[in-house]
Structures are given as structure tokens and as C-alpha cells.
Ligand binder design. Structure first.
Ligand code: NAD
Length: 500
């Protein structure tokens, strides 16, 4: 359902549509981005709103970042006092709490955090997760700190967030991102609990926690698994495969993955298990390639043993890893950091499908080159949404205080067993013990989480592609995803009204 803008607003929208393609954000009196990542996110937004019919002021409100908290705090490191710089951005409060990861990297700055927070808003809307977008970052390279020092930085950051009400189960809920994982999330939860001892839902202040600390089974692998479901949908989309001149299905498709961290490792693993051949893995210190395929678990063992994927005996090591982005393949999965595909290398990329595991791995200028070449770009805001979908499930588990499957697993097994007994009696045939167990088995927490994730990724693919196929002005999947997302956010604002 569309909004009913006033005559004045309609006029403003028409005027905006005419100018938006030509004018920069500065000319529209909105903040201008200096960071190429934020600039790209804003440009994608502007491209999509030109196809939407909502009041200009409302679209401006959706585009801007609602609040940013910049902090500097001292931490004692190796006997010295270090001043640490950190941020938390809450891009949109149209749904609460805000949700988004915390990144530890040297490259973190305010605009990067704002870009990531904006993407979280659009991502949550695309996969129907009822949260606003947020993101946090600490400007440190975690490799330069001991575990003890990282714990001190993380706990102090959490205290700063608590002081300014930038964290809480109904306010703002962080999660892991680049450079952080379940360990950091457990420290955050523990610190928050110490300050909010009467808050019964305190554990829901952060997601991506270890399972023993209120986490949910399936969260660690969720982003890579979600990427797999997304790519699986695309390669089984007959119309799309015909357009890209590719065979239907994942079997035999050649895949290259950049980044062998949480997202990249799981994406590579699930794509391989689904029948694809992973022919290249790229890391910061080099890449490994093997046209016959790389065994992901064996490569991971090599990395754990030696500290690097390079010199893996069953593949060729390439010193300048990022050149492998340009190798011949069917599916390229950039899953490291933003702006990895840029105007300098976009024309050399040969992949037919690029599935954005990382946030913002393609700059807006590079995307134009890729689209002209006929590549199909599956956007981050949809492809890597698996993490936030399962974070939502973890948050639901924390506020309901019960493990998924706990109440109904046995009941389900009893019903299934009675059904199997009845079928056996009626047909006079009996099943083997293994067959009986397979059919009777009730769903446990991980089954429920994975099934919810799969259903979300499939239904979101269909909603986005419906826009892509039905509107001739929508030329790529990213614009379709933005249109889908912005429209939902606009509807939410319109039904909510503006306070006061
Ligand atoms: P991670 O820290 O677990 O892994 C990142 C990997 O990339 C590391 O192995 C690192 O060494 C490697 N890397 C760094 N620079 C590189 C370079 N120049 N070339 C190749 N590899 C390089 O981080 P992650 O959680 O996997 O996140 C990766 C990306 O996915 C980020 O953009 C993040 O925002 C996005 N993301 C993560 C999640 C999640 O659930 N973790 C969810 C959505 C999006």
C-alpha cells in the first residue's frame, strides 16, 4: 500500500525525482559523505528513491543517521595509558531496538560506522527483522593486543555505551562483526549484567554470544549459511540463469571467496557441500587456488596449524592474493572488507554472479562497470542478512527465557511415532530402525533456527526479485532490494506518525 502524500508533498517528490539523479547530497542539504563506503550507500539509496512515491521529507529522514556517539577512553595497556577511539551509530529508530555489529579494525571511522548502520536499517527491513539499524566500531587492530587487553577495551567500551544509554535489550543490541566474535559478545553481556542487575532480559543486550552464555545454536555459521541459501535460490532461478547463460543449480559452479573469516569460511564450506567447486580462497597475506577444488575443512586445519592459508600443500599459493578476484569463475564471494572491488579492478572481474558476503565490498562506481559487463550483483543488504536474522532469533530466545524446541520436541516425536505406527499397521509394512528415527525425530534448536533462516532467505529473495522482474525501471538486484526496504520503512513511519 502506498502513502497518500499531500499535493505539496507530491510536487516536492516530483521535483526531487528530477534533480536527484544530477544533484549531490550536499546540494540537497543532506550531509555529504567523504568516505567512499558511505558515499556508495547514499548513492544506492538515491537511485532507489527515484522509483518511489513517498514525501521528500520522509525519505530524507530514512536516509540520515539519527544519532552517533563518538567516545575516547583510556585503557591501561602494557603499563601505559592508551586513548582508544570508538563509535556507536544508531541509524534509525523507526523500530526498536537498534541492531548491528561491533567492528575492531584500524580503519574504523565515523562515516564507516554510519554506512554500516544505514545498511543494517535497510537489511533488517528487507528480511523483516523488526529492528532499526545500528553499528559500532573501535579503532584498534585486535592482532596487536593480548586477550587480556582486548577484554579491558571491550568492557570499557560497554561501560561507555551504558553511560549514554546506547546499549540495552530494548534500546540497542550489538553483535559480532569484523574482528569480533562470541568471546567479545560474552564480555559485553557480562559487563552489562553487572550494571543492570534487576533487568531480567539483560542477556538480550547483545547477540552472537557463546551458546553457554545465552547464545543460540547456529548463530556462528548463520551469515555464511544465509549466503548459501541466497546463492542457491539464484542459481535455481530459471529466468536468471537463462539471462546469465549459466546452467541451473549449484553443481559444478566455480567459486572464489575473498576472506576466510567467519563469513567467508562458512560460505565456502556450505557452497562446497551444496555441490559447488571452490577454486580459490583469498586472504590478506596471499591466496590459494586449485581448479579441481579446495577442501575447506582441510584448508582451515592448515590455517589453524600454521597461522595462514598460504603454502597449503593441496593448492597453489599466489602471493598477490587480490589478483585472484580477477580469475575466471562463476560465483565470486567478497567476504572480507568494503571497497575491495573498485574502479581499478572492476573491469577485470570475470565472475557472472557476485554475492556480497562482506558489507560494501563493491564501490558504487565499480558496480556500474560490473552491471554494464552483465554481471549479476547480489547485494550485501540481502545476501549477508543471515547473521541479523539469527541474531533476532537469539534475542527472542533471551527475552522468552526458553530454548527453541524445549517445549515441543518430545511431543512432536510422540506424534510422529504414533503416525508411523498407524501407517505400518494399515499397510502391513514396517520401516527400519533408522527410517523410523529419521521420520519420528522432533526438531531441536539448531533445526528450528536453520529452518527459520532458510525460509527468510527464500521469501526475501522472492519479494526482491518480484520487484526486479516486474518493474522495467529496476535494472539490478540492489535497486530492487533498496526499493523493497525503503518502502517498508516508509510505511512504518507513516503508520507510526511523527512525534510530537
Ligand atoms: P572476520 O574477522 O571473521 O573475517 C574477515 C577475514 O578477512 C579475516 O580472515 C581477515 O584476515 C580477512 N581479510 C582482511 N583483509 C583482507 C584482504 N585485504 N583480503 C583478503 N582477506 C582479508 O570477519 P567476518 O565476521 O567474517 O566479517 C567479514 C565481512 O562480513 C565484514 O564486511 C562484515 O561487516 C561482514 N558481515 C559479517 C557478519 C557476521 O555475522 N560476522 C554479518 C554480516 C556481514
Amino acid at each position: 500500500m502506498k502513502s497518500s502524500p499531500s499535493k505539496k508533498d507530491k510536487k516536492k517528490t516530483v521535483a526531487l525525482k528530477k534533480t536527484i539523479a544530477k544533484k549531490s547530497a550536499a546540494e540537497l542539504a543532506l550531509p555529504t559523505a567523504h568516505n567512499p563506503f558511505l558515499d556508495s550507500v547514499n548513492r544506492y539509496f538515491d537511485k532507489a528513491v527515484a522509483l518511489l512515491d513517498h514525501p521528500t521529507g520522509l525519505l530524507d529522514q530514512i536516509r540520515v543517521c539519527n544519532s552517533v556517539y563518538y567516545m575516547q577512553f583510556p585503557v591501561r595497556i602494557k603499563g601505559d595509558i592508551h586513548v582508544v577511539q570508538a563509535w556507536r551509530a544508531e541509524h534509525s529508530h523507526h523500530k526498536m531496538p537498534c541492531k548491528g555489529g561491533i567492528r575492531y579494525a584500524d580503519s574504523v571511522d565515523q562515516e564507516e560506522v554510519q554506512a554500516l548502520a544505514a545498511l543494517m536499517t535497510y537489511k533488517c527491513a528487507v528480511v523483516d527483522v523488526p529492528f532499526g539499524g545500528g553499528k559500532g566500531g573501535i579503532r584498534i587492530n585486535p592482532k596487536n593486543y593480548t586477550v587480556d587487553e582486548l577484554e579491558r577495551v571491550t568492557r570499557r567500551y560497554t561501560v561507555e555505551l551504558i553511560k549514554k544509554n546506547f546499549i540495552g535489550p530494548s534500546v540497542d543490541v550489538p553483535a559480532p562483526d569484523y574482528g569480533t566474535g562470541p568471546r567479545e559478545m560474552a564480555w559485553i553481556a557480562d559487563t552489562y549484567q553487572a550494571f543492570a542487575k534487576d533487568e531480567i532480559n539483560a542477556l538480550a543486550c547483545v547477540t552472537g554470544k557463546p551458546v553457554g552464555q545465552g547464545g543460540v545454536r547456529g548463530r556462528t555459521a548463520a551469515t555464511g549459511r544465509g549466503l548459501f541459501y541466497a546463492v542457491h535460490e539464484a542459481v535455481n532461478d530459471h529466468e536468471l540463469m537463462k539471462k546469465l547463460k549459466l546452467d541451473i543449480g549449484l553443481a559444478g559452479k566455480r567459486v572464489i571467496v575473498q576472506g576466510f573469516g567467519n563469513v567467508g569460511y562458512h560460505a565456502a564450506k556450505f557452497l562446497r557441500e551444496g555441490g559447488a567447486i571452490v577454486i580459490g580462497i583469498i586472504e590478506w597475506d596471499g591466496a590459494v587456488v586449485n581448479p579441481k577444488g579446495i577442501n575447506i575443512d582441510s584448508l582451515n586445519e592448515h590455517r589453524i596449524k600454521t597461522g595462514s592459508i598460504t603454502n597449503y600443500p593441496e593448492a597453489k599459493t599466489i602471493k598477490h592474493g587480490n589478483t585472484v578476484l580477477e580469475h575466471e569463475c562463476d560465483i565470486l564471494v567478497p567476504a572480507a572488507l568494503e571497497s575491495q572491488i573498485h574502479i581499478g579492478n572492476a573491469a577485470k572481474i570475470k565472475a557472472r554472479i557476485i554475492a556480497e558476503g562482506a558489507n560494501g565490498p563493491i564501490t558504487a562506481d565499480a558496480e556500474e562497470i560490473l552491471l554494464k559487463k552483465g554481471s549479476f550483483v547480489m547485494p550485501d543488504m540481502y545476501v549477508n542478512a543471515g547473521g541479523v536474522v539469527v541474531s533476532y532469533f537469539e534475542w527472542l530466545k533471551n527475552i522468552s527465557h526458553v530454548r527453541f524446541g524445549r517445549m515441543d520436541k518430545r511431543f512432536e516425536e510422540g506424534s510422529n511415532t504414533r503416525l508411523v505406527n498407524t501407517v505400518e499397521k494399515l499397510t502391513g509394512k514396517s520401516l527400519s530402525v533408522t527410517e523410523r528415527q529419521m521420520i519420528a525425530r522432533g526438531a531441536d534448536e539448531e533445526d528450528i533456527v536453520n529452518s527459520g533462516l532458510e525460509d527468510t532467505m527464500i521469501s526475501s529473495y522472492q519479494s526482491i526479485m518480484e520487484i526486479y522482474y516486474s518493474n522495467p525501471k529496476v535494472k539490478d538486484m540492489r535497486v530492487a532490494a533498496f526499493v523493497n526496504s525503503i518502502d517498508k520503512i516508509a510505511q512504518s513511519y507513516l503508520s507510526l506518525g511523527i512525534f510530537p
